[in-house]
Design a protein around this ligand. Structure first.
Ligand code: ADP
Ligand code: SF4
Length: 688
């Protein structure tokens, strides 16, 4: 066989009693499917295996009702009744020759136990770490004995469910094994507290007992956050993190190492722009153990992967987000189709779905989470129907995705955009502070479109209804997007603030158009409360403007809690010298100031400024669609993306994809079923 630069990635790796067929390892990650949607979860995992991931893990798996993460649908293995749902995944993953891993978890004070109403546990008495009026109690010796038994029982059930790799999980500040390890969470005076040897005792016992129980057939992995990025206030890779690896070096069959907490492990490109950002924190581990090591940190470049293996930093290339953005990443590397890899953009929309407790979605991969319920495959699509050609107006995320999928189906596709560059908001937002990686959304699709002989892309082509009709293409998708409104109507107020005509007022579109702003302080009024307000504040501060950030919310960019960025955003604004006014609603813009009232009814204040940026809502651009609809002569006319429903870039990509798949389909049937649902079984009574 011909040797290639990436061959090393396709070597098998022995992990205890099992062997991974290659070095591509999907580390555990949540999907918002878990025990509520096991078929969907299994299908999504199986798609990774089909795409070449040699190991595919599930997500944190509750081992007992005292680790109940409700309302978040993680995996569950409380007793035998949970085995069949998990077996769906192992069978599906094995069908592609990959190994299946399970991340057993007891979440300690991270579990509020809202469903079970059980007490929450911790090494010492303390608050639980979700906002709920409850404290966790210090575990006594009986609790610890019980925990060890629950873990052992869960391991046995995991083996029965067909898993090949079984985890002991001490990471993300989310599980008891890590909580016992951390001095700030463990002030016990018994043999489980005090010295590191004592604090590591529970982990050692859990690994030993898991090996005893299932080690004949299953590998036992230890997922460990070696570094918390909290300096001396937390676990440090060069201090106790290293000592733990030294103490346990040969005990697990596999080291899965990362940084903690989740916001550090899953850092966004906005704040951690470098792919492979965790390597500097974990690269010491392999020197201390002969057991295989897997690490993560948005490793998407095949060259980086090869170098990490060759330099002896990792044995297995770990990925959560890169495997979500492109389940077929390993296959594309194997087949030398490097340019076709859909690189993760590090936006954490996937993470936000888990935080909302809904099925996973991805900006780059619109099929993620839709494998079972809509039967979508990331690389395959139905061939075209009877029609020959389609026109897509607008080359933003929705238009590009729609055009690309229509072209894949075999239609002759014409795509036109008014601007001199394609990409729409994906390209325009990528030019703002910290968002440069978002351009990958348009880069990937443009590359694909340019490879195809059945696509014509026209830029600087603003189409009127007459232009569209003159083209004589009977099937038209309108992806004309939306513009930010400039009257200040938004989430908190349905009436526009009073406004003096002399004060210059701008919107995010003006900032993205690189409009030059006047001198003097700028008020950014963020009543959108999602992400763009904070981005623009950082952007203008970095450009040297004095910035006042005003929001009716109690914190900056509140929705970004979902993407694990909120704390970083507020810190970044403070560090950039931005003056933050929370709980303030804009009531009037005068010639020299903004008048603010208090969202909660207290006294307001005035902010002197030379310009105002209003970030509130978007207005859909539907004029072209409306006119064509009135004409009524086209066979197919469909409004998609932000023009149909302004949302995230992920939503626009999804909608473009949906429209392309649905074209020439049975619309009535599509409407009737919408998608397959996993219904609660009435045949069994849990606990009965
Ligand atoms: P979405 O997120 O739905 O893809 P965007 O706002 O990112 O929406 O992209 C919409 C694109 O449509 C923009 O690039 C814009 O230039 C283009 N556009 C809007 N109206 C027209 C038109 N009449 N003719 C051609 N292109 C248009
Ligand atoms: Fe990457 Fe964003 Fe997709 Fe998550 S949603 S995998 S961060 S592109």
């Amino acid at each position: 066989m011909k040797s290639g630069p990436y061959d090393v990635l396709f070597e098998p790796v022995r992990i205890g009693p099992v062997t991974a067929p290659n070095r591509f390892y999907q580390v555990p990650h949540c999907t918002g499917q878990g025990h509520l949607r096991p078929r969907a979860d299994a299908s999504g995992r199986a798609m990774k295996a089909a795409g070449g991931w040699g190991v595919v893990c599930n997500q944190e798996t509750e081992i007992h009702p005292t680790s109940d993460l409700t309302p978040f649908p993680e995996s569950r293995l409380w007793d035998e009744k949970d085995i069949p749902a998990l077996r769906l995944m192992t069978d599906a993953v094995h069908a592609h020759g990959s190994l299946a891993g399970i991340e057993l978890a007891h979440n300690g004070n991270h579990a509020a136990n809202l469903l079970s109403r059980a007490p929450s546990f911790a090494p010492s008495d303390m608050s639980i770490d979700v906002l709920y009026p409850k404290q966790a109690r210090a575990m006594d010796k009986t609790d610890i004995k019980n925990l060890r038994r629950w873990h052992r029982d869960a391991a046995r059930r995991a083996k029965e469910a067909g898993f090949d790799i079984i985890y002991v999980y001490a990471g993300h500040r989310m599980t008891l094994p890590q909580h016992f390890l951390l001095p700030d969470m463990n002030d016990r005076s018994d043999e489980y507290g005090g010295s590191l040897e004592n604090r590591v005792r529970l982990i050692r016992e859990l690994i030993e007992e898991t090996k005893e129980e299932v080690g004949d057939r299953c590998a036992v992995a230890f997922r460990f956050a070696v570094e918390e990025l909290m300096g001396a206030d937390g676990m440090q890779g060069q201090e106790e993190g290293r000592e733990v690896v030294e103490m346990l070096a040969e005990l697990p069959d596999l080291w899965d190492v990362n940084v903690s907490d989740w916001s550090n492990d899953s850092a966004t490109t906005r704040f951690m722009p470098n792919d492979g950002f965790q390597i500097e924190h974990i690269n010491f581990v392999k020197q201390l153990t002969t057991k295989p090591v897997v690490g993560t940190g948005r490793i998407t470049s095949p060259d980086m992967m090869v170098s990490l293996i060759n330099k002896g930093v990792l044995d297995l290339i770990g990925a959560a987000r890169p495997s979500i953005a492109d389940p077929f990443l390993p296959t594309k590397i194997r087949e030398g189709r490097i340019e076709e890899i859909r690189e993760c953009i590090g936006c954490n929309i996937c993470v936000s779905s888990d935080n909302h407790g809904v099925p996973i979605r991805c900006t780059q991969n619109p099929t993620m989470g839709e494998e079972w319920r809509r039967n979508w495959h990331p690389e395959q699509i139905e061939p075209k129907g009877e029609a020959e050609a389609a026109l897509v107006v607008g080359a933003g995320p929705a238009g590009l995705e729609c055009a690309m999928q229509l072209a894949r189906r075999g239609y002759a596709v014409t795509i036109a955009d008014a601007r001199d560059a394609a990409g729409g908001r994906a390209k325009r937002e990528a030019e703002l502070h910290g968002l440069s990686a978002w351009k990958r959304v348009s880069d990937n699709r443009l590359y694909d479109l340019k490879q195809r002989g059945n696509v014509n892309l026209y830029l600087e082509s603003e189409l009127s209804a007459k232009d569209v009709l003159d083209l004589e293409i009977p099937n038209v998708f309108i992806a004309t997007g939306a513009r930010w409104r400039s009257d200040g109507v938004g989430r908190s107020s349905r009436t526009a603030p009073k406004r003096a005509s002399l004060m210059p007022v701008f919107t995010p579109d003006d900032i993205m158009d690189q409009t030059v702003l006047p001198g003097g302080p700028i008020v950014i009024y963020d009543d959108d409360q999602i992400y763009i307000g904070g981005v623009i504040a950082q952007h203008l501060a970095a450009a040297g403007h004095a910035v006042h950030f005003v929001t009716p919310a109690a914190i900056v960019s509140p929705w970004t809690e979902m993407t694990l960025e909120q704390g970083r955003i507020q810190r970044a604004l403070i560090a950039a010298g931005v003056t933050i006014h929370t709980g303030r609603r804009l009531v009037e813009i005068t010639t020299d100031r903004c008048r603010l009232d208090c969202t909660y009814g207290g006294a307001g204040n005035d902010v002197l400024c030379g310009a105002v940026v209003l970030i509130t809502e978007r207005t859909r651009k539907t004029a072209l669609y409306d006119e064509l609809k009135r004409e009524g002569t086209l066979s197919h006319l469909e409004l998609i993306g932000d023009a149909a429903s302004p949302g995230l870039i992920a939503d626009a990509v999804f909608d473009g994809h949906r429209a392309a798949r649905g074209f020439e389909g049975d619309t009535e049937a599509q409407d009737a079923t919408y998608f397959r649902r996993e219904l609660v079984s009435l045949h069994d009574t849990i606990g009965g």
